[in-house]
Design a protein around this ligand. Structure first.
Ligand code: UD1
Ligand code: CA
Length: 449
């Protein structure tokens, strides 16, 4: 059965106190919206429709960055969750299969939970994701009727007896696309908030002889983000889970509480991650690689057996092949380091390709930027770049070539050549002592006079 996904993301999120639409605030280096989309990815949705309103352009761009086939519909005025879903009708009302409604500000829903909801559809026309709330507060209450769901009542509209119910609505709802859009089209806004409540489709379905049911998940999964404080709490919670998962997957974390993961960080078995390592988006660390303390990585791929850090920075496009060694105070950006390359200390490699088993001396810099354009540096295999070499790109150093320490390399170096680009040393015997004596005499004369 194909699945259509509808993600509600039109709200402004007033309580974030922000210019930025709520769903674009970041959790684990990814917008909240991507977390919702990632949860549903396991269902391999045939269609993903994001309902956008506040900051719609930015929301649309972000949705497409995650999934270029994502479709966007506009909800100009936020007249309620039911109204929001109705905006997707022109795209999905005739879609075959299932429809699942998610909120863009609820990042922790698990794929397994969504799968359980799809399974429950075998028994019910409408399936709602509920949870037992420690503090039910203003959540909608799920009113049961035996094993079925009779209706959902919003807090504002609930009686005291209904407010005493602790089984609450998460907001996630699943039905066939056909039923969902038929029901949503018939909603009214005759309630305490004057909104079109998506939740009213349960009572509507029942009135039409359709059944409704509940799948229950842990409250932690339904955590929605409304404030910066909740965003910070969610970050802590995400990191707790990510660390536990990494350990479970056979990754060594020497100081787990100091390692920060992104939504899409992938780390292979038997990799070792030292203290205070920060993963930005798009990092893959393969098995048996080691990332030592205080490294920042983003958009980087580290192959098996490579070691990085301490205090190294890998930026987008850093591609380290097997057994590469990157040491302290090294920055790598948009550069491929072939197998066995060594870059031990104090180096910047940007827009470069370094051939296998080449050694890059301390303090080497690829001068890749001329103030207007970026240029490439290509270094062959088994080359030896002397310490403090400035490689003024575009420039090529051939296989097995060598550059003298302190060289400024502005011309291509053929294979197996030595290139030296620095002033020749001049040595003057005894001059140091003479100079110092002269300076001391000058100082003494000044103090007297
Ligand atoms: C909703 C549910 C409530 C549930 C709670 C869980 C309804 C009527 N109520 O209440 O039962 O317990 O979520 O958190 O559904 N949105 C739009 N367009 C709109 C309105 C909302 O896109 O016109 C989006 C919001 O941006 C948000 C989500 O839908 O991501 C939920 O809206 P919100 O106003 O927070 O609903 P609640 O009042 O919390
Ligand atoms: Ca809410």
């Amino acid at each position: 059965m194909p699945v259509s996904l509808i993600i509600l993301a039109a709200g402004q999120g007033t309580r974030m106190n922000s210019e930025r639409p709520k769903v674009l605030h970041k959790l684990a280096a990814a917008p909240l919206l991507h977390h919702a989309m990632a949860a549903a990815r396991a269902l391999d949705p045939a269609r993903t429709v994001v309902v956008a309103g506040h900051g719609a352009e930015a929301v649309a761009k972000s949705a497409r960055a995650f999934d270029e086939t994502a479709e966007i519909v506009l909800q100009d005025e936020q007249l309620g969750t039911g109204h929001a879903v109705a905006q997707a009708a022109p795209l999905l009302a005739d879609a075959p299969g299932e429809a699942i409604v998610l909120y863009g500000d609820t990042p922790f829903i698990r794929a397994e939970t969504l799968e359980a909801m799809l399974e429950a559809r075998a028994r019910h026309a409408v399936v709602v994701l509920g949870f037992e709330a420690r503090d039910p507060g203003r959540y909608g209450r799920l009113i049961l009727d035996g094993d079925s769901l009779a209706r959902i009542v919003e807090y504002k509209d609930a009686s005291d007896a209904e407010r005493a119910v602790t089984l609450c609505n998460s907001g996630v709802i699943c039905a066939s696309a056909k039923d969902l859009f038929t029901l949503v089209a018939d909603l009214s806004n005759d309630n305490a908030a004057g909104e079109y409540y998506l939740t009213d489709i349960v009572a509507l379905a029942r009135a039409r002889g359709l059944s409704a049911g509940v799948v229950i998940c842990d409250e932690a999964e339904t955590l929605g983000i409304n404030t910066r404080a909740q965003l910070a709490e969610a970050e802590a919670e995400f990191q707790r889970r990510a660390r536990a998962e990494a350990l479970e997957n056979g990754v060594t974390l020497t100081a787990p509480d100091t390692v920060f993961f992104a939504l899409d960080t992938f780390i292979g078995r038997d990799a070792v991650i030292g203290p205070n390592v920060i993963f930005g988006p798009g990092v893959t660390i393969e098995s048996e690689a080691e990332i030592k303390g205080f490294c920042h990585l983003e958009g980087a791929h580290v192959s098996r057996g490579a070691d990085v850090g301490p205090f190294a920075r890998l930026r987008p496009g850093a591609e380290l092949a097997e057994d590469v060694h990157v040491g302290n105070f090294v920055e790598i950006k948009n550069a491929i380091l072939d197998e066995g390359v060594k870059v031990g200390h104090l180096t910047y490699l940007g827009d470069a390709h370094i051939g296998e088993h080449t050694n890059i001396g301390a303090g080497t810099v690829t001068c890749n930027y001329d103030g207007v354009m970026k240029h490439r540096t290509v270094i062959g295999k088994r080359a030896f770049i002397g310490s403090d070499t400035m490689l003024v790109a575009p420039v090529t150093v051939g296989d097995g070539a060598l550059t003298g320490s302190g060289s400024v390399i502005t011309e291509d170096v053929p294979p197996e050549a030595v290139a030296i680009g620095r002033a020749r040393q001049v040595t003057k015997p005894g001059l140091a002592t003479k100079l110092m004596d002269k300076l001391r005499a000058l100082k003494a004369a000044k103090q007297k006079g």
